[in-house]
Write a protein that binds this ligand. Structure first.
Ligand SMILES: Cc1ncc(C[n+]2csc(CCOP(=O)(O)OP(=O)(O)O)c2C)c(N)n1
Ligand SMILES: [Mg+2]
Length: 294
């Protein structure tokens, strides 16, 4: 993005991170659908109000006679390299412990139908979805752009109400799940066969990461005393399973799919991961060691 002269954002306002990555003064961003928000951001050119699809149809209709093919050859090598980098980056990377979260997400990427909806809340667990899942179609991702924890469960419930024919998988952190997990009752009550995944590392991992970076080895208030999530799911009337190593995930998911199909009720799979697996590419110990070195 740093090399961009113009960033055209379609369907959403440019986010804070987009602006940070842009070279100030050289870039303008045009956006549709979120004009008010965009205006507040410095460096953003006027947005086009209305639905993005309508805007583009309108612009194409008014485009007049001349339609020019763009010659993208100057960018071909750059594009191919960027694509190769992306494919390399999304190959499952190892994390500490018996559960390899990247492999699980990559398995879901192969296993789920193209129109499956993935809902999630906020926390470091979501980094594995962002990096290793591919959203093949439009409207397959339901996630907060402002980092709201507790979003994944109700979002999964709502997605299933709106699209009962589509597979809905709601992926949550343990802290994240505990903010709105009682909505499992809603899914049971209305017969919504969502598959909920809880990535349990026993802590508010994101906050612990920041603690270790800024105040290494001074851990405060980030440990979680969790329930047995599978038992909790069963108490709600849902199917519940626990995964403690990578190879258990696929059979647990298939069983959950089968159970939800026959009962019309939701299922929950708790995935216990090693607390050291703090991001897709580093460990808690490594962050602490780096911070202690100053
Ligand atoms: C409603 C809300 N409260 C607090 C935060 C701040 N916050 C961001 S991530 C996080 C911890 C997430 O913990 P968990 O869901 O267990 O995911 P993990 O980082 O451990 O993978 C917190 C407290 C937030 N983003 N949203
Ligand atoms: Mg956690």
């Amino acid at each position: 993005m740093r090399g961009a002269d113009l960033l055209l954002v379609i369907g959403r306002a440019p986010g804070r991170d987009d602006h940070r990555r842009l070279h100030a003064g050289r870039a303008a961003a045009a956006e549709a659908e979120a004009r008010a928000r965009a205006r507040r951001r410095r460096g953003t050119r006027p947005g086009l109000p209305g639905r993005a699809a309508d805007q583009f149809r309108h612009a194409a209709d008014r485009g007049g006679a001349e339609r020019r093919e763009l010659d993208g050859s100057a960018w071909r090598a750059w594009r191919e390299q960027a694509r190769a980098d992306y494919l390399e980056w999304t190959k499952p990377a190892a994390n500490p412990g018996r559960v390899q979260l990247a492999q699980i997400v990559a398995w879901l990427r192969e296993r789920l139908p193209e129109d499956a909806i993935i809902a999630n809340g906020a926390g470091n667990f979501a980094g594995w979805i962002s990096r290793f899942y591919r959203y093949p179609g439009l409207r397959t991702q339901v996630a907060p752009s402002n980092g709201s924890m507790g979003y994944g469960v109700p979002a999964g419930v709502a997605a299933k109400v709106a699209h009962p024919e589509r597979v809905v998988v709601s992926i949550n952190g343990d802290g994240d799940f505990l903010m709105n997990g009682q909505e499992l009752a809603t899914a049971v009550q209305y017969g919504l066969p969502v598959i909920f995944v809880v990535v349990n590392n026993g802590m508010y991992g994101t906050i612990r990461m920041h603690q270790e970076r800024d105040y290494p080895a001074r851990v405060y208030g980030t440990a979680l005393q969790n329930p047995d999530f599978a038992a909790l799911a069963r108490a709600y009337g849902a199917y519940g399973a626990t995964v403690e190593e990578t190879a258990q995930f696929a059979p647990a998911f298939e069983r959950a799919t089968h159970e939800t199909a026959s009962s019309g009720k939701p299922a929950l799979i708790e995935v216990r991961i090693d607390p050291q697996a703090i991001t897709t590419s580093t460990t808690l110990d490594a962050i602490r060691a780096r911070a202690l070195k100053g």
